[in-house]
Design a protein around this ligand. Structure first.
Ligand SMILES: Cc1cc2nc3c(=O)[nH]c(=O)nc-3n(C[C@H](O)[C@H](O)[C@H](O)COP(=O)(O)OP(=O)(O)OC[C@H]3O[C@@H](n4cnc5c(N)ncnc54)[C@H](O)[C@@H]3O)c2cc1C
Length: 379
């Protein structure tokens, strides 16, 4: 019933790659998280382990430290990771795409291999206190001088900035131009004078979020990515990859949870509380729609299409599937799994953030209305 998420109609070499990766995973399992070890530190160890095995950046050209394979190879590896409930490598996919598409050759050669290996950890400095959904309204400003910029402003929600070496930073570089043409992107080394990182602790106990204060930070001209004003298309490329349903490993993770819910229904079939079977049924329907959609998107990727605004559909379908699944799991699985320290405590809480990170669900609907359905704006 739950349709095998691992079947994307893989060509034969992908089957071979999946077998090799499963064998590698069996020999190199996810390490234990040490007591009190922050999530970012643990994920970084895992990142290094995956990279040592050759499993990071499969679709990045070899010249830049990847394996020069296709997006589908990367999808297959992420899918296998999700199937064994192992996390992927955070933020690499979409930040690497931004550098690949907008960076200079010198930047790609210098930055990408170290990003992929985990020698340098990156974070994403887009959102601000007054500019999340309305990203184009950002007020961080980079004032141009002869050969360098001085940057002043504040970023918010900058995930794991305190563990990062570099930030992919957006700042306005022109006060006169229209918002979407006045933003530029920069590589900001976080040890630069004038940078202050202040971590915030979230409800799940993780110290993911940070505030990033930029007080007259000097950024060299050759640390700008792309031309002045390229920041908006770079940001859209980044978030479109961030929102995609394919190489996140989510599909197989959802499939596992659904299987678990189905098993509980089977075990309790003679004593089912009202509404439970239909709640699980809705989860099955959501999941199957998502898998069918992901298969179509896989075919598009193979045909050479980038992520694009259709990623907003991916994001909405993933959010709906994930949130309904965990809401239903809360009714079906033993309560202690959802208490602090319980097996699904962190996953359940994080599912609530799915309708916010990478752009809220309302914003995804706006994008679908404008960019895919070409509906006129209200008002
Ligand atoms: C787990 C997590 C990790 C994150 N990591 C990062 C990161 O690493 N780097 C980074 O830069 N950002 C990050 N973010 C920030 C994220 O991108 C923003 O939270 C998101 O874009 C929403 O912005 P906001 O929080 O300012 O909410 P707001 O934009 O203030 O929105 C508030 C509410 O108003 C609604 N709304 C706003 N505008 C409209 C509109 N035009 N139409 C309809 N409804 C609207 C929104 O949907 C929302 O419900 C992260 C967020 C989360 C939850």
């Amino acid at each position: 019933m739950t349709d095998d998420p691992l079947d994307f109609g893989d060509p034969a070499d992908l089957e071979q790659l999946r077998r090799e990766f499963r064998a590698w995973l069996a020999a190199n399992p996810l390490p234990e998280r040490l007591p009190d070890e922050p999530a970012a530190v643990f994920l970084h160890r895992w990142h290094r382990q995956l990279h040592a095995g050759g499993w990071v950046g499969l679709d990045v050209p070899e010249l830049y430290g990847g394996r020069g394979l296709t997006a589908l190879h990367q999808v297959a590896v992420s899918d296998e990771l999700g199937a064994c409930r192992a996390p992927g490598v955070p933020r690499i996919g979409y930040l690497a795409h931004a550098l690949l598409e907008f960076g200079s050759e010198e930047q790609r050669l210098r930055l990408l291999p170290r990003m992929l290996s985990g020698d340098d950890v990156w974070c994403q400095g887009f959102s601000e206190p007054g500019a999340g959904s309305d990203l184009a309204g950002m007020s961080t400003y980079a004032e141009r001088h002869d050969g360098h910029y001085t940057v002043r402003g504040q970023k918010l929600w900058t995930s794991y900035a305190q563990y990062s070496d570099y930030c992919l930073l957006l700042a306005r570089t022109n006060r006169a131009a229209p918002a979407h043409a006045s933003i530029s992107a920069f590589v900001l080394p976080l040890d630069r004078e004038g940078v202050t990182v202040r971590p915030l602790r979230a409800a799940n106990g993780d110290d993911e979020f940070c505030e990033l204060f930029l007080d007259d930070v000097r950024i060299e001209e050759d640390e700008r990515i792309g031309a002045e004003g390229d920041g908006w298309p770079l940001a859209m490329t980044t978030v479109n990859y961030e929102r995609n349903a394919l190489d996140t490993g989510h599909l197989s993770k959802y499939g596992l949870l659904l299987e678990r819910l189905r098993q509980v229904l089977q075990d309790r079939r003679d004593d089912l509380p009202d509404g439970l079977a239909s709640a699980v049924g809705r989860c099955v329907a959501d999941y199957q729609v998502l898998v069918a959609h992901a298969r179509r998107r896989t075919a598009e990727r193979l045909a050479g299409q980038g992520a694009g605004p259709e990623s907003s559909v991916d994001k909405l379908l993933m959010t709906r599937t994930e949130q309904r699944l965990y809401e239903t799991a809360l009714k079906v699985l033993p309560e202690e799994l959802f208490r602090e320290g319980g097996e699904v405590f962190g996953e359940y809480l994080y599912s609530r953030a799915a309708s916010v990170y990478g752009g809220t669900s309302q914003i995804q609907r706006n994008i679908i209305a404008k960019r895919l359905l070409r509906l006129p704006s209200a008002g």
